[in-house]
Write a protein that binds this ligand. Structure first.
Ligand code: UDP
Length: 238
């Protein structure tokens, strides 16, 4: 495999990617497979931090539509990301990979608090830093948290893992005429309003000049392929 093009990356895993074939919760076989992919990326010599979503358990907007306040719903969503992180951390450790869950909210009995220094230390020790609870604030998403943390730790790119192999003009599962982009600028992504990431995340990536690579985690070996420049995905940059 070719030399990796990045020294340090931030991988964004949606909660959906943890559910595997189920439409809710955590599918252990899927988490084990993703853990293997992350370890393979580490083995290429790339430092890996991960921001985990929570949509497989709770999304604030959906919870609040059922009568809970939005801020409480978002807190529930952030806690869901912590659950996913704990499951992924264990799956990594079971395979002998040092992994540390760091949450943006204080919960000392559960996991450590995220600080840039703690994330840096984990990466310097060869560990995978799993960043939970998003930004720690309601009204944000874990996509925005991914771009924020990537900028903080100086990652070369955000690898946004999804269930489709890039950014399309429409949802390719619903619209067979949807066109896939090889490349887009941040401004084009914002102007197009593509659903793959929220506008706050794209705007922060533009502000911080961070490339985002949107690719499908359903393809085995896809993280390694993206890291070596051979993977299929859409590059949002420039
Ligand atoms: N969330 C939040 N602040 C953040 C990140 C996430 O309040 O900084 C909440 C929000 O309710 C969101 C939920 O956590 O719906 C799960 O995150 P997200 O929807 O980004 O997960 P994904 O779609 O990646 O599974």
């Amino acid at each position: 495999m070719a030399e990796p093009i990045y020294r340090r990356v931030l991988v964004k895993l949606s909660g959906e990617s943890f559910a595997g074939p189920q439409d809710y919760g955590i599918d252990q076989a899927t988490i084990d497979r993703i853990a293997g992919e992350l370890i393979a990326a580490r083995a290429l010599g790339v430092e890996v931090a991960v921001v985990v979503g929570g949509g497989n358990i709770f999304r604030g907007v959906e919870v609040s539509a059922r009568g809970v306040s939005r801020t409480t719903g978002d807190t529930m969503g952030m806690l869901a990301t912590v659950m996913n992180c704990l499951a992924l951390a264990e799956a990594l450790r079971r395979r002998g990979q040092n992994a540390r869950a760091l949450a943006a909210l204080m919960m000392p009995e559960v996991c450590e608090l995220y600080t840039r220094a703690a994330a840096e230390q984990t990466l310097a020790e060869g560990g995978i830093a799993l960043l939970a609870a998003g930004t720690g604030n309601p009204y944000f998403t874990t996509d925005t948290a991914a771009v924020l943390r990537a900028a903080e730790i100086g990652a070369g790119a955000v690898l946004k893992a999804t269930n489709v192999d890039g950014v399309y003009t429409a949802d390719p599962k619903l619209d067979p005429t949807a066109k896939r982009f090889e490349k887009l600028t941040h401004s084009e992504a914002l102007a197009g309003g593509y659903k793959v990431m929220d506008a706050t995340a794209f705007a922060l990536a533009r502000e911080t000049s961070l490339p985002i690579i949107v690719f499908s985690i359903a393809e085995p070996g896809s993280i390694g392929a993206v890291l070596s420049g051979a993977g299929r995905g859409t590059v949002v940059a420039g």
